[in-house]
Design a protein. Structure first.
Length: 114
């Protein structure tokens, strides 16, 4: 299966689930591209109770994401091509997508020192 399936399956079964040892937050999944596989990713992650966001270069796919319960990430890049397909990004569009979709991350936990 795909990455969204595994991440959602491991991170949460229910929306915030409280146990004797603490709380589990639902996984947050970002699906890029709403082709057949991308839409299936959205639906699968949603069924597994993940918080789902998605992005596609074609703005008309916003309705498809919303119909599956996902939040559409709009970064202002329209790369519609002919026949309903996407076209290749220009250099400026590629930079904008990279900067918008890449979040700064905190350093990974170095372990408990055991």
């Amino acid at each position: 299966m795909t990455g969204a399936f595994h991440a959602a399956a491991l991170a949460a079964v229910e929306r915030p689930m409280t146990t004797a040892v603490g709380s589990l937050r639902p996984a947050t999944i970002l699906v890029i591209g709403f082709g057949v596989a991308g839409l299936q990713e959205l639906a699968t992650a949603q069924r597994l109770a993940a918080v789902v966001e998605g992005y596609d270069v074609r703005p008309e796919t916003k309705e498809e994401a919303a119909s599956l319960g996902a939040k559409f990430v709009d970064i202002g890049v329209d790369a519609r091509g002919q026949g309903g397909y996407a076209r290749e990004f220009t250099a400026a569009e590629k930079d904008k997508v990279d900067k918008t979709l890449t979040k700064p991350r905190r350093p990974a936990d170095q372990g408990s020192g055991r």
